[in-house]
Design a protein around this ligand. Sequence first.
Ligand SMILES: Nc1ncnc2c1ncn2[C@@H]1O[C@H](COP(=O)(O)OP(=O)(O)O)[C@@H](O)[C@H]1O
Ligand SMILES: [Mg+2]
Length: 330
Amino acid sequence: MSALLDVKGLRTVFETRAGTVCAVDGVDVEVRRGECLGIVGESGSGKSVTFASVMGLVRSPGRIDAGEILFDGRDLRKLSQKELRAVRGRDIAMTMQDALTALNPALTVGVQLAEVLEAHDETLPRGRRARTRAIRERSAEILGLVGIPSPDSRLSQYPHEFSGGMRQRIMIAIALACRPKLLIADEPTTALDVTIQAQVLELISDIRAKLGMSVVLITHDLGVVAEHCDRVMVMYAGQVVEEGPTTEVIGSPSHPYTRGLLGSIPRLALRGQPIHPIEGQVPDLIDLPAQCRFYSRCADRTDACLTPIAVRQVGPHRKARCILAGEDTQ
Ligand SMILES: Nc1ncnc2c1ncn2[C@@H]1O[C@H](COP(=O)(O)OP(=O)(O)O)[C@@H](O)[C@H]1O
Ligand SMILES: [Mg+2]
């Protein structure tokens, strides 16, 4: 069966005074039906911008410069703003990195849920009273689904009356209100403590199984990917540097950057090996040289890495952008 989301050659740039920032540079993403795909990489690697592009949420000074975004066979880049709004919320929903700023502080949770249902739920009854009642019932049901106790009474509360973990749940509830085919969760647990983190991730996994939807889980934590994702895509400096089934990528990473990420996570690092963060920083995304983007930080670099590096096939289901990995596909 064809992929639910198939992004090809996406390039998203921001025009700044210092020059053109190429935040996403030739990214391909495939999300299959029912799978959980993890997107991992340090801060600034282009994870959020990639999926903001998919959602049609990139605003000036940013723009999508190239690429195709096929969702269920339709190219989202060719839709009008109105058509895209209909897809967003009904078919694809995204939860933002920061729940407190993404929720409207001036509206109760019930009103925010009602807005989504009003806009996208075509099964609501037409008559005014029946409709209001149905929206209320459905909203309470969704809050219950994301594990909010006594949902009925909490519909009339404002976002600030909830704890951080509960706010993340509410954002997930709003995203799920119309049973999207694809949920994009951008760092849903970064601001939360470890126990709440685990609960929110379990919740997303449960709901995925119940509703049969696909999930893209954006995180900078490979440990989270190891536990929750079928496949993983590693991003670095606006490009995909490695992708494949999670167990294979984590079991035997092909790209030095993936190895670096693994080595910096205590619970995933190989036993007996020292834990150390990757030295150096993500390069400036303005006027990048045409060499391997990881060059300055790579322990395995050679002069051969000073030319553009193509993606190489590593085994049947894996790819990596490193001359030391697999075989050249071009
Ligand atoms: N509005 C903007 N203006 C200029 N640069 C931006 C803007 N938004 C994002 N960027 C740049 O795009 C790059 C990728 O950002 P982002 O996708 O948010 O990274 P990640 O989510 O992986 O942490 C960063 O270098 C960031 O500075
Ligand atoms: Mg981000």
